[in-house]
Design a protein around this ligand. Structure first.
Ligand code: 13P
Length: 256
């Protein structure tokens, strides 16, 4: 059975101080509960080191929201995988739609970043998702398959089976408009089928696929119950203790 993974993407929100309060609240809520799901928080770069310290010996792991794919060099403003490793980060979000839309990130860059993340033993969470126009033009599946094909170019099966793919329809991000569980499941299932086509059914069976886009405490259970959805990438609600802990508990109850 695939392990559910609940990740909180804080985006460009909070300070080291406010992030610490959040993490302390999550970790004390989780206490020594025996969790069957993975919990990840992804604060802004400046708060990563503190987050790693505060989550030591807890069930919460820390991820970055982005990284460059080079190890070092003249890349002003970027952060390398080696730097993330140095602070003790273990996950990295790659190709979020906000990175693609506002910073021109391409599938080719996403591909390089996945290779680099695996090389450095960072767990990539790779985002894909369609715009409203693409959904309305019935292009959702073909667009996402295209994104995946380019993102996974030359990435071997033994790495792909470890991937976390986050299906995040752009029209559902931060809008309060969640995809219905049925809409989300349809796309996640098609992602799994496409991985089976590109690799093998066994690889497709192992890869974990999250849904992201206005996941809240009140819709998490329905979404996470879908057979091809193995977790959630949560934005806004991951900044609210009561919301995020309820989403975690929904995943936990479904994992039992
Ligand atoms: P919201 O949960 O705020 O819609 O954000 C989703 C997201 O983009 C997570 O990466």
């Amino acid at each position: 059975m695939r392990k559910q993974v609940i990740a909180g993407n804080w985006k460009m929100n909070g300070t080291i101080a406010s992030g610490s309060i959040l993490i302390e609240a999550f970790t004390s809520f989780l206490g020594d509960k025996d969790l069957d799901c993975e919990i990840v928080v992804c604060p802004p770069f400046t708060a990563l080191e503190r987050a790693v310290c505060l989550t030591k010996n807890t069930q919460v792991s820390v991820g970055a929201q982005n990284m460059d794919y080079h190890d070092a060099g003249a890349f002003t403003g970027e952060v390398s995988p080696l730097m993330l490793m140095e602070v003790g980060v273990s996950y990295v979000i790659i190709g979020h739609s906000e990175r693609r839309e506002y910073y021109g990130e391409t599938d080719a860059m996403v591909n390089e970043k996945i290779k680099s993340a695996f090389f450095h033993n960072l767990q990539p969470i790779v985002c894909v998702g369609e715009s409203l126009e693409q959904r309305e033009a019935n292009e959702t599946i073909s667009f996402i398959h295209g994104q995946l094909k380019r993102a996974l170019q030359d990435i071997p099966a033994d790495q792909v089976e470890k991937l976390i793919i986050a299906y995040e329809p752009i029209w559902a991000i931060g809008t309060g408009k969640t995809a219905t569980a049925d809409q989300a499941e349809k796309v996640c299932k098609s992602i799994r089928e496409y991985i089976a086509e590109l690799y093998t059914p066994n690889v497709a069976d192992l890869v974990r696929i999250q849904y992201g886009g206005s996941v809240k405490a009140n819709n998490a259970r329905e979404i996470l119950s879908e057979p091809n959805i193995d977790g959630a990438l949560v934005g806004g609600a991951s900044l609210i203790v009561d919301e995020f802990t309820k989403i975690i508990m929904a995943a936990q109850e479904l994992s039992n």
